[in-house]
Design a protein around this ligand. Structure first.
Ligand code: ZN
Length: 437
């Protein structure tokens, strides 16, 4: 790049950053409700029906309040035609962030941008300029991997009668000699053999940058441990249920996000490809590579070389398979204020009324929109399809937060997210003991 060009792009970035700062100070973007209402109504999150006329813009997006950078990525909105088109976009390599009745919003790299142009799809920029997108914020109140691990060790020590910490597998970087991080599961249960009680598992942070999804499991842990012996409902639940919580499925990716990277995948080197990472939520081995994922390592929805090619998804697979008492799986993601259930790989209706009934109930409790995952867009290789399709667990994904929150809202938003998700989590723990067999 010539000196002239680099100077000019530097100036543009600076100007844009100041613009973003101004907008951030003066505007209250849509979908960004203040977190100070302790009695937040469960149905305060915007429903899909009210999203019909929502016009996503740079100004009302979380991006307008993030440090902008010349990343080579562009944030775009594509006019929504139908579900099949949304799946094609995912296969094209678009990193889909949100779907409304009118638009599909997400991020594309330069290669995918060019393919979009050739496709003659009706799309426009949300980024202020092509090739410019946001870095993630990492509010220091969020837990780093090290802080999460320290906290898990601390609560296991503080509540030895109730909680035990388990190392359930290695990350890609650990397996490949680049790091020393593990997947950690905290098992919480009252007196007696937990494996003889009906069980439930909560997963956070399959996707690195989705910071809130580490915090909700950590708050759930404290809520359960501190409530035991004080709150009769929690005492009863822990005496009769086996609760497993894995706050961070993707520690390697999370460490990238801690540095401010807008990072989604794990850190697989992809055999020296210039693009790293496999999308862990496209790598599970039920109907893997049957739509809505990419076979290109450059894509944020890269499915990996084979089903369960990644140490992280192998760890989750082996963990769940080894515990036949598990009845329910919840995986936390962000954002979009959604409750999702299988199938992801097909729009064909799932043949399980109980699953739909529970998902609908979760929608009521959170205020989020409940639907079958593929109604958003088809995506294969997802966690829920595996744990439901292969192992029969009632399986759900929660997408926490709004267009104004994005992946990395200020930590002050977490209190409201917990308010929205607390009753849903307790309902699921209770339900684990009411499914029979
Ligand atoms: Zn996600």
């Amino acid at each position: 790049m010539s000196q002239h060009n680099s100077t000019r792009s530097g100036l543009v970035s600076l100007a844009l950053a100041s613009l973003a700062l101004l907008i951030g100070c003066n505007a209250a973007p849509q979908g960004f409700a203040p977190a100070n209402n302790a009695n937040v109504r469960a149905n305060s999150a915007p429903q899909l029906s009210t999203m019909a006329n929502f016009e996503p813009t740079f100004q009302n997006s979380f991006v307008s309040r993030r440090p902008l950078a010349r990343t080579g990525n562009s944030i775009v909105k594509v006019a929504y035609q139908n579900n099949a088109q949304a799946s094609q976009l995912a296969e094209l390599g678009m990193d889909i962030w949100m779907v409304t009745p009118k638009y599909i919003m997400g991020q594309v790299n330069e290669e995918v941008f060019q393919r979009l142009q050739m496709s003659r799809l009706n799309f426009s920029l949300i980024s202020p300029e092509r090739g410019i997108s946001a870095k993630n914020d990492f509010d220091p109140q969020y837990h780093t991997y090290d802080e999460m691990l320290a906290e898990l060790r601390q609560v296991a020590q503080q509540y030895p009668q109730l909680a035990k910490l388990h190392d359930v597998g290695d990350t890609w970087q650990k397996v490949n000699g680049e790091g020393n991080r593990d997947l950690w599961a905290l098992n919480i249960t009252g007196p007696g053999d937990g494996s003889q009680k009906p069980g439930i598992v909560f997963f956070g942070n399959h996707h690195a940058r989705e910071l809130v999804t580490v915090e909700i499991p950590l708050i759930l842990i404290k809520h359960l441990l501190e409530g035991y012996g004080k709150d009769p409902r929690i005492t009863e639940l822990l005496n009769t249920r086996d609760v497993w919580i894995v706050p961070m499925v993707n520690p390697d990716g999370h460490v990238e996000a801690e540095k401010g990277a807008n990072w989604r995948k794990n850190m697989n080197k992809n055999d020296g490809n210039r693009y790293r990472g496999v999308d862990l939520n496209r790598n599970y081995g039920h109907k893997w590579n049957t739509g809505g994922s990419s076979n290109s390592p450059s894509s944020d929805t890269y499915m990996g070389k084979a089903p369960f090619s990644e140490p992280e998804t192998q760890a989750v697979r082996d963990f769940v398979k080894a515990r036949p008492n598990l009845k329910i799986m919840m995986s936390y993601h962000s954002f979009s204020n959604l409750i999702l259930w299988p199938w992801g790989y097909t729009k064909q209706r799932v043949n399980n009324p109980k699953l739909v009934e529970m998902g609908t109930k979760l929608g009521q409790l959170t205020g989020y929109t409940p639907q079958q995952a593929a109604d958003l867009y088809v995506a294969s290789g997802i966690t829920d399809d595996f744990t439901f399709g292969e192992l029969g667990l009632m399986s759900f994904t929660t997408e926490i937060g709004s267009w104004g929150d994005g992946f990395d809202p200020p930590y002050s938003r977490v209190a409201q997210f917990w308010n929205e998700n607390r009753e849903a989590a307790l309902y699921l723990i209770d339900s684990a003991g009411k499914l029979g067999r």
